[in-house]
Every structure is written in structure tokens, then in C-alpha cells.
Design a protein around this ligand. Sequence first.
Ligand code: SF4
Ligand code: SF4
Length: 376
Amino acid sequence: MSKRQLAMVIDLNKCIGCQTCTVACKTQWTNRNGREYMYWNNVETYPGTGYPKNWMELGGGFDTAGDLQPGIIPNLETDYGVPWDYNYDALLHGGSFEPNVEPTWGPNWDEDEGAGVFPQDNYFFYLPRICNHCTNPGCLSACPRDAIFKREEDGVVLVDLDRCQGYRYCIAGCPYKKIYFNPKISKSEKCILCFPRIEQGLPPACAQQCVGRTRFVGFLDDKDSQVYKLVHEYKVALGLRTDYGTQPNVYYVPPTESPAKFDANGKIIEGSTRLPIGELEKLFGENVHHAIRTLRSEMKKRQETGESELMDLLIAYQHQDMFRLDNNYYRKVAKDKGGYALAPVDTRYIAGKYTKESHTLYFTEDRDDDIKRHRK
Ligand code: SF4
Ligand code: SF4
């Protein structure tokens, strides 16, 4: 267990499925070098197949006795889908516009399909997913090479690519299937929670770019942080599939309202709701009832009195109201470790030969000047 834990809360009532977060992450980290099929951040339609296909049925995680469960390594062709591109040049030269491989499957293949019968009772919502930077990571427990580690300073889970031998036990061990195999370098790779940004007091790219302002980021032990209030004080943000036993640190405010159903004559069925509570129980456990009760009662309070700290928190009037990150904390850790004020707090990841770009960014003689230069 790390000394402190960073956490993210995603408000599903506000997610519009625009995929801006997905693109922010992809263009920053995974659009090249064997990572093309990886989606460190993806937003899937629920109910749906998800990414990779049917990930909830692929095993991994822990049983109630704490034993690691066997899991399946998804297949590129059938479970992720081979990524494709287009011959854009053909458009300029009068040729026909074609994908470079025949698309057979991919993320969001079933976007917006959901479940139920249109127009009577169909429903869906969006479920954004990143690595949960779990307190008890299945990926870490499964690795026989001790290549996966959890940072002391903030609980970010990283892969030491120099130690990783590409055995892929981690992929089987992660019940969320949020760690991926890079066939170009024969290593496993995953979300790094944008730690180079976090250490400078900036939120991860997915959270920074989110147009729905759904994502809150902060330390779970910081009682003034939004994540503390939503997770521990109001208890309206819940972990996803906590029955997997990994203690995830991404929390979700569950979808609270959904439209009423229609009868066969197209009339509204008063008092009905399209979103089955059983689906929310499956994802977020029994505590989802308490969370929804609290959300509804605070909405009512807000309507009647104009006051509700919880509603103000969730509305997030200002972008900066969503993040409580602390670059001074990281500076202190770096100094305590004998480094420069702006030094990375943990060099195990960035000192590897596979992460040389980060290595050259940070390791020059005067780090303050280097960071300034880089920001220009
Ligand atoms: S979500 Fe998966 S990859 Fe991420 S820390 Fe948990 S077990 Fe590891
Ligand atoms: S950017 Fe925000 S609103 Fe858009 S899909 Fe991602 S989490 Fe949802």
C-alpha cells in the first residue's frame, strides 16, 4: 500500500460520450509504436460489449480468500479488433477511399445500441474507463518478474519496461483488462495517470480535456478535495466491480435519472424508469442505493432551498474546482529524496531505455530551466 493515493471520480450523469478524453489520451500516449490498438482511456456504451469485448467475463482479480483468479488474455483480431487507417491521399487524387485492413471489430463497435426495445424501454449510458491504479492490483500480483510497481508517493501503478519480459500474466490478472501487450517491443503497457503532468500540479489529459467536466482528481486523504468529499463524505462515488477484489481508485457517480418507459400505445408509463437498478448493482454494488438516495435528496433540497454543497460540487462551475493536485507536495518529495525541486519523484519508470523521451526531458543539469524551455 502506498503512503498516499490519488483518485479520480467520474460523474456518469454528465458524460456525453464525446470521446474527447479518449482522443486526448490516444494522441498523447498511444497512437504509435505498437500501441495503436491500446485505449488507456476508452468510453464504452453500457450495456454493451465494452473494450476488449466482454471484458467483465475474462477473469482475473481476487476471490474472497484473496487468491488471484485465472484470467484470459484477449485476442487482437476478435476481442480488440485490428486498428485500421484510411488512404487519405486517395481523396486528393480521385482514388477510392478505403481502410487499409477490413474492419471486423473495434472499440465502440456497438456504440449507443444499449439494451431494451425502441421506443418503449431502450436505454444506455456511457462508461469511461481507465486503469484504476488499484490499491491491490491484480496485474502487479500476477507478474512473476516484479516488473509492476505502485508508487509510494501517490499510488500510481506503473510497468518497469526494462524488467518486463512480455509474459502477459498481468493482462490475465487484471479483471478490468486495462493493461495491454505491445507486440513491437514485447512489453506490457498501461495508463500512467499522466504522472509527468500530475507532478507539475496538472490533471491527467483525459480529465483536463473532458468537455462534460465529469472528472475530479485529487488525493483520497485530502479532506478538502472533491474526491474525498464525493467518496468518503457523501458516499456518492463508488468503485467499479469492487467484487474483483483489487480495490480500484477510480470512482463513479452512478446515473441517477432516466426517462420513463412508453407503453405499446406510445403513452408514458408514469413512475417507471428505463435504467434497471440491477444493472447498477452489478457495476457498483449494494451501496448504489444509498448513493442514488443521497443524490436525489440533495437535488430536491437544491430545488426547494437553492442550497446543496453536493450539487455545487458536482456542477463544478469552474474548471479548477475539479482538481486538487499539489505540485508543492511533489517538490517536497523530490527535495527530500535529494533531487532538484522539479525532479521526478520516482525515476524507475522514466529511467528505462524504452521511455527515453521522458528521460531526456527531465535529466539535464538545470531542471528548472529545462521545464521552462519545454513549456515554451
Ligand atoms: S486496473 Fe488493472 S492494470 Fe490497472 S492497477 Fe488495477 S489491476 Fe492493474
Ligand atoms: S470527455 Fe468527458 S464527457 Fe466526453 S466522453 Fe470523456 S468523460 Fe465523457
